[in-house]
Design a protein around this ligand. Structure first.
Ligand SMILES: [Zn+2]
Ligand SMILES: [Zn+2]
Length: 369
């Protein structure tokens, strides 16, 4: 028996209220975890401000980027032991062991399953000191073990890094030794910048409207191959200029959840360019249609353009992200979070509001504080 403190958000724009709940020992196949770190996603900011159609039950337990410690295991659990430090992805298999997407013999494309669900959305999030993971979650879910020496703050960022890596690896041969353009300078672009550096991109061009965040990203993550461009009326021309001696970028990642991001991204398509439509656009009235005229013969066939997208992450991205963190392939990950971006568990609202600031990159809640 463990007493868990659960931080319920009563409604969008509401308050967090703590409730103490008694958790029984984990049953067969289950695992009881203690939350050590959570990081704040921009989707948490949106959920806080406006709610989300996917969250049907209020009060809600939000937050999905998490690093936990296994403190008790149920009978029959062999994958995990007490004391294991784990990172957990957000998108979940549906729980049906025979599902062709999520099951034991499934493709692993969970986000294509009609019954897909996610932590902090349909499934309770991690704004709580302890949680029990059900048996199907333990067996098939996006859980990765880490060595004790790995920084817990990094482990809580496995999930957003996994989403980024899904987008950067769906199409081959567009990052290594290539010109990469990142639209936006938020956390997804900053992960992508570090990944592109780790994969030896030839040049990385970061485009952003706000100067403050662009400067922070360039200062802390820039290198001789990184160029920052302010998004003004000449941005298209400036990006093409920066691609020289190439005529166009090889990979354009659209990380701005706004129609203008697609309008810019599509103007940057050249010969052999891959567009990763990474940020979806959602408004208070749902997901607007955004049209773009495309010549399948001249653009797609003869120019080899590729329009693709990923959202969320499967085991593919989770595996890649956990390897990059475990092997310290992103040595500047710690700079995503400065002293003004670390909070304690009784400061969830403050943390979310800090994540909404224009200069903020990655806010972390340290549950050990
Ligand atoms: Zn996230
Ligand atoms: Zn399924």
């Amino acid at each position: 028996m463990v007493k868990s403190k659960v931080y319920y958000l009563d409604k969008p724009n509401g308050q967090f209220t703590v409730k103490e709940e008694v958790l029984a020992d984990p049953k067969k196949g289950e695992v009881l975890v203690k939350i050590r770190r959570t990081s704040i996603c921009q989707s948490d900011v949106v959920i806080y401000k406006k709610g989300l159609p996917r969250i049907k039950e209020w009060p809600a337990i939000i937050l999905h980027e998490v690093c936990c410690e296994v403190i008790k295991i149920g009978a029959g659990v062999e994958k995990f032991s007490v004391g294991d430090i784990i990172g957990i992805g957000c998108d979940l298999p549906c729980g049906d062991m025979d599902c062709i997407y999520c099951g034991r013999k499934g493709t692993g494309d969970w986000t294509s399953c009609p019954n897909t669900h996610a932590t902090g959305h349909e499934f309770h999030g991690f704004a709580r000191t302890h949680a029990v993971l059900p048996d199907w979650f333990v067996e098939l879910g996006p859980i990765k073990k880490f060595k004790e020496s790995i920084n817990l703050n990094y482990i809580s960022q496995m999930e957003p890094l996994a989403c980024c890596l899904e987008g950067m690896t769906r199409v081959n041969n567009c990052i290594e030794d290539r010109v990469v353009v990142l639209i936006g300078a938020g956390s997804q672009s900053t992960y992508a910048l570090q990944v592109a550096q780790a994969k030896n991109a030839r040049k990385i061009i970061v485009v952003n409207r706000g100067e403050e965040r662009l400067n922070r990203v360039l200062k802390d993550f820039g290198n001789e191959n990184t160029i920052g461009i302010l998004w003004d009326s000449d941005v298209v021309q400036k990006v093409f200029e920066a691609c020289k001696p190439f005529n166009e970028p090889h990979f354009v990642m659209m990380n701005v959840p706004h129609q203008s991001g697609y309008e810019l991204a599509t103007q940057l398509m050249g010969y052999n360019t891959v567009l990763d439509a990474h940020a979806g656009v959602k408004g208070p009235d749902g997901k607007p249609a955004i049209y773009h005229k495309l010549d399948l013969n001249n653009d797609i066939h003869y120019k080899l353009q590729c329009f693709q997208a990923t959202h969320g992450s499967s085991m593919h991205g989770v595996n890649l992200a956990s390897e990059m963190i475990a092997n310290n392939e992103l040595p500047r990950l710690g700079k995503m979070t400065n002293d003004s971006e670390i909070f304690g568990k009784d400061q969830i609202l403050k943390a979310i509001l800090r994540a909404d600031d224009k200069d903020s990159l990655k806010v972390i809640i340290d549950w050990d504080r």
